[in-house]
Design a protein around this ligand. Structure first.
Ligand SMILES: *Cc1c(COP(=O)(O)O)cnc(C)c1O
Length: 416
């Protein structure tokens, strides 16, 4: 392109103009072939040996997934990106590819439930895991050991909306030569660029705000180029070739994508790329709705407490204001004691009783009786999840409809 294009949406929607698909399709074509053939054996050999770029087998990549990777890479300002079948596939792939028994990792205690569960399983493979309060950088630093390899945090945790002390942790990781691994799912690359706080690796669940319509699963990991892989002891000899920039991604691609197989299909990659074109528009609306809803709930006598980084009462409001474009579409609140969460939610017609987040529709559910039921009351209390907590993933409905629906149902709600 002749003009320099800087805006987030301009870059996303025009990212593939240079890719040169045959016949000039405006959307990246969906390549559903699993194998890729070559005119000569030598050409195939060159691809296998990494001497030429090209496709070999859809478990590693296709032209459609490559196109999505380049879109995400631009959105995250990365050096390279890999896509996977889901956010969990991206996350587990990265941990398994880069760690080995005897390593230690420091992770936030406030994590997506399945990530928490995975990290607990990782301990069974001989990796030590310290769960810390990542809203306090001192807590992270106090967990340092000789064998610490990386620090992993989410930007805004759900359901409690705790914001990790991203800036201080990033600076400290740089000093300690630790990988700083950030889950950017809840903020999305539109709201926050983790590279600005020196994150080395960034994971996104593409199933959430990135694709945005609740119709497709996907995940990605981006190498921001902030980490010097030449000093990382766990890179296999076979991948210590050429510039160290790509060593980690090559290892993740070979050891995880190729060997473990959590590959994204071309169909899904197409859906994600299509959804991503409106990420900024959707998030502007969802975040504005969430902020207004948070303010309404905070004022209401039948609500005990609201968890939303956009409120002045939020403990990390200052950090969130400094680093994030908006405050997100996720909010939680504790309904006052003596009122039933189920009665309230059943009475809000506009809101769907569903888990998931980042959909265009507002979704809500009580926490203690669903996602956090399995862990029991004691663990819930340790995570600050009360029996009265409701999580909302605020959608893009017209604000008057949404606010009216909540206000009406709260006003009608009778004490038990
Ligand atoms: C949903 C989610 C994941 C997992 O993503 P999937 O695509 O559902 O596998 C990981 N991290 C966070 C913060 C999430 O919200």
């Amino acid at each position: 392109m002749k003009e320099s294009v800087k805006g987030f949406t301009s870059r996303i929607i025009h990212h593939d103009r240079e890719e040169g698909f045959a016949d000039g399709p405006v959307h990246a074509p969906i390549y559903n072939s699993v194998p890729y053939g070559y005119a000569t054996t030598e050409a195939l050999e060159a691809v296998f040996q990494g001497k030429a770029t090209g496709q070999s087998y859809a478990r590693q990549s296709t032209p459609t997934t490559d196109s999505l990777q380049s879109m995400i890479n631009q959105a995250e300002d990365g050096l390279g990106t890999l896509v996977f079948a889901s956010g969990m596939a991206a996350l587990t792939a990265t941990f398994f590819a880069l760690l080995k028994a005897g390593d230690h990792v420091i992770v936030s205690r406030y994590l997506f439930g399945n990530t928490h569960s995975f990290l607990a399983s990782l301990c069974e493979f001989g990796v030590e895991v310290s769960f810390v309060d990542a809203t306090i950088a001192d807590d992270v630093q106090a967990a340092l050991q000789d064998n610490t390899r990386l620090v992993f945090v989410e930007t805004i945790a759900n359901p409690g909306t705790q914001v990790a002390d991203l800036e201080a942790i990033g600076l400290w990781c740089e000093k300690q030569k630790l990988i700083f691994f950030v889950d950017n799912t809840i903020t999305s690359p539109y709201m926050f660029n983790p590279k600005r706080v020196k994150a080395s690796l960034v994971i996104n669940s593409l199933s959430k705000y990135f694709s945005g319509h609740g119709n497709v699963l996907g995940g990605s990991v981006t190498d921001t180029g902030m980490y010097d892989w030449s000093i990382f002891p766990n890179i296999f000899e076979a991948y210590r070739k050429g510039s160290a920039d790509k060593w980690a991604l090559t290892q993740i691609k070979k050891k995880s994508l190729r060997d473990m197989g959590g590959a994204l299909s071309s169909d899904s990659a197409y859906q994600i790329a299509l959804g991503a074109e409106t990420m900024a528009l959707r998030m502007d609306r969802a975040c504005s709705n969430a902020r207004q809803l948070a303010e309404l709930l905070e004022e209401h006598s039948k609500v005990e407490r609201v968890y939303y980084p956009g409120l002045k009462s939020h403990p990390q409001h200052t950090q969130a204001s400094k680093w994030f474009r908006h405050f997100g579409g996720i909010l939680s609140f504790d309904l006052a004691r003596g009122y039933s969460c189920a009665t309230l939610l059943n009475d809000i017609g506009l809101v769907i009783n569903a888990t998931h987040l980042g959909d265009n529709r507002t979704l809500a559910l009580p926490m203690a009786t669903t996602i956090f039921f399995e862990m029991g009351a004691k663990n819930r209390a340790a995570l600050g999840i009360s029996d009265q907590m409701i999580r909302c993933s605020v959608g893009i409905e017209d604000p008057d409809d949404l606010l009216g629906a909540f206000a009406g149902a709260l006003d009608r709600l009778a004490a038990l």
